[in-house]
Design a protein around this ligand. Structure first.
Ligand code: NAI
Ligand code: A1CAB
Length: 274
C-alpha cells in the first residue's frame, strides 16, 4: 500500500516530485501539499487531484512521510513550528533542502526523529530525476527502502554514506540541470548568430542534448569514447573542442562545481542555529 505523503512547500521542487510520482502511479489521494498561499495550491489540486492545505499541522498529523520542501532559509522556523505535531505523529522526515544537515532538522523537530536528506533535481518531473540520499543514524532499513522507492519512482537514486557528499551531489546533479539548460541556451544563441531561425536553433539544440544524453545513458561506450566518435581527425568537431579546451572549459566546470558545493556547505554553517 502507498504511503501517505505530505509535502510542506509546493514550489518548483515539490511540484516536480509530485508530478513524477503521479505519473508513476502514486495515488493522488495519498499526497497532500501545503503552501502559504492558496494561489500556489489551486493549480496543483486542479491538475493532479491531490489534497492541498494551508494548514501545515494537519498535513503533518496525516503523514507517513513528511517531505520538507521549503527554502533552506525558512526551514528552522518551519520545523520548530511543526515540532509538536511531528512528535505526535512521528513520520519519516525527508528533506530536499540544499545544505541543511539532518542533525539540525532533527534538533529543530525536537529530537529522536528519523530524517533522510535528499538532493533531487527538477527532471524528476519527467521521471528522469537524479537524486542523492543520505540517511541519518537511526533510520531503519525499511525506511531507507521506502525513500528509495519514492524517489526511485521519479528517477535514479544514489546513497552517500557521508553527509557532506550531498553538497557534491548538489553541484553535479541538484543544480546541474541549470548548467545543461544554459548550454542549450548558448547553442541556440550561437545558431541564431550564425543565421538560423530561433525556433529551429532551439529544436536542434534540445534534440541534440537529448540524443547525446540517451547515448551516454545506454552505457555501451563511455562519454570520452562517444565524444571521440563524433570527432573526425582534423574535422569540424575537433576545431570546436579545441576552442573549448583553449578556453579552459573543464577547469571552469570544476570551478563552478566547487562554488556550488561551497555554497551548500555555507548554507549549512549559516543556518545551523539552535
Ligand atoms: N529548485 C530546484 O531545482 C531544487 C530545489 N531544492 C530544494 O528544494 C527546496 C524548495 O526549493 P524550490 O521548490 O525551488 O523553492 P520554491 O520557492 O519554488 O518553493 C518553496 C515553497 O515553499 C512554500 N512555503 C514557504 N514557507 C512555507 C511555510 N511556512 N509553510 C508551507 N509552505 C511554505 C512556498 O509557498 C513555496 O511554495 C529548497 O530547500 C531547495 O534547496 C533541491 C534540489 C533542486
Ligand atoms: O539553487 C538552489 O539553491 C537549489 C538547490 C539545488 C538546486 N536549486
Amino acid at each position: 500500500m502507498s504511503s501517505q505523503l505530505s509535502f510542506i512547500g509546493a514550489g518548483n521542487m515539490a511540484r516536480a516530485i509530485i508530478q513524477g510520482l503521479i505519473a508513476s502511479g502514486h495515488p493522488p489521494e495519498k499526497i497532500t501539499a501545503t503552501a502559504t498561499r492558496e494561489q500556489t495550491l489551486a493549480p496543483l489540486r486542479e491538475r493532479f487531484a491531490i489534497t492541498t492545505s494551508l494548514d501545515n499541522q494537519a498535513a503533518v498529523l496525516n503523514a507517513d512521510v513528511l517531505v520538507l520542501a521549503v527554502k533552506p532559509q525558512k526551514l528552522a522556523e518551519l520545523c520548530v513550528g511543526l515540532r509538536d505535531a511531528v512528535q505526535q505523529r512521528r513520520p519519516l522526515v525527508l528533506s530536499v533542502a540544499a545544505g541543511i544537515r539532518c542533525s539540525s532538522i532533527e534538533r529543530w523537530l525536537g529530537g529522536n526523529i528519523a530524517v533522510v536528506r535528499s538532493m533531487p533535481n527538477t527532471p524528476s518531473l519527467v521521471g528522469t530525476g537524479a537524486c542523492g540520499l543520505y540517511a541519518a543514524p537511526g533510520v531503519s532499513d525499511a525506511q531507507r527502502a521506502l525513500v528509495e522507492r519514492l524517489m526511485g519512482a521519479v528517477g535514479i537514486t544514489e546513497w552517500v554514506e557521508e553527509e557532506e557528499l550531498l553538497s557534491v551531489v548538489t553541484a553535479i546533479a541538484g543544480s546541474a540541470p541549470a548548467y545543461f539548460f544554459y548550454m542549450i541556451e548558448a547553442l541556440e544563441k550561437a545558431g541564431v548568430a550564425q543565421g538560423l531561425k530561433r525556433d529551429s536553433a532551439r529544436r536542434l539544440a534540445i534534440q541534440t542534448a537529448l540524443g547525446a544524453a540517451k547515448m551516454a545513458a545506454l552505457g555501451e561506450h563511455d562519454p570520452e569514447t562517444l565524444k571521440r566518435q563524433v570527432m573526425s581527425p582534423n574535422g569540424t568537431t575537433e576545431r570546436a573542442i579545441q576552442r573549448f579546451e583553449a578556453g579552459g572549459l573543464e577547469a571552469l566546470v570544476l570551478d563552478a562545481c566547487n562554488a556550488c558545493r561551497n555554497r551548500a556547505n555555507e548554507l549549512a554553517d549559516q543556518l545551523d542555529q539552535p
